[in-house]
Design a protein around this ligand. Structure first.
Ligand code: AMP
Length: 210
């Protein structure tokens, strides 16, 4: 199994688990949120278009995200497989992915289940480094407060991790992404995994269902 999609609400631990899984399987971790943040940081045309949506907790238009993802999975390193994180998030994206993969469809879709109160707690304590390393003020604090253990860069709170924007992200998730979960359930690909507890425990559960 090497074409894997990790799904779940914002703050479910998709990024952490997708990163670990990709390392384990030696395939790229493809996260559209990370790619879009890099576009915004570089000031590209795509970044300029995406920014206002992201800051408001809305989804970036399908055509932009589909084109970006499609280009990414055509690169040589994705030929042996990939772990997708944060794409597809809408039904048109899911259909575009199915068409794009043709007879090499996803092997499995892992859905991380986390209750909403826990999501809000996780996201409000999340701190990120510009290189993509992620911490939590209580669950996974860095050794020195406010500094990344890996590269020493200052940590920041994501623009879209503020409480009001988080509430909007959860609403958008329920309206637009919950149907994608049902789409994959209908295809028989969905495996639901308890996403609560320590990341090591969650990883173990994921490896078990794979
Ligand atoms: P994430 O890091 O996955 O939480 O993504 C951060 C933000 O990037 C989201 O709130 C969206 O604004 C945007 N984004 C990431 N992936 C997608 C996608 N597949 N479709 C639309 N917008 C996306």
């Amino acid at each position: 199994m090497n074409r894997i999609l990790l799904m779940g609400p914002p703050g479910a631990g998709k990024g952490t688990q997708a990163g670990r899984l990709a390392e384990e399987l030696r395939v790229p971790h493809i996260a559209t949120g990370d790619m879009l943040r890099a576009e915004v940081a570089s000031g590209s045309e795509l970044g300029k278009k995406a920014r206002s949506y992201m800051d408001a907790g809305e989804y970036v238009p399908d055509d932009l995200v589909i084109a970006m993802l499609s280009e990414r999975i055509s690169r040589a390193d994705a030929r042996r497989g990939f772990v997708l994180d944060g794409f597809p998030r809408t039904l048109p994206q899911a259909r575009a992915l199915t068409d794009r993969l043709g007879n090499e469809d996803l092997d499995v879709v892992v859905y991380l289940e986390v209750p909403e109160t826990e999501i809000v707690r996780r996201i409000s304590g999340r701190r990120s480094c510009p290189q993509g390393h992620v911490y939590h003020v209580e669950d996974n604090p860095p050794e020195t407060e406010g500094t990344c253990d890996v590269d020493g860069e200052p940590l920041y709170q994501r623009e879209d991790d503020g409480e009001e924007v988080v509430r909007n992200r959860l609403r958008v998730y329920r309206e637009q992404t919950q149907p994608v979960v049902e789409f994959y359930r209908g295809k028989g690909l969905l495996r639901e995994v308890d996403g609560t507890g320590h990341p090591d425990e969650v990883q173990k559960r994921i490896l078990e269902v794979l």
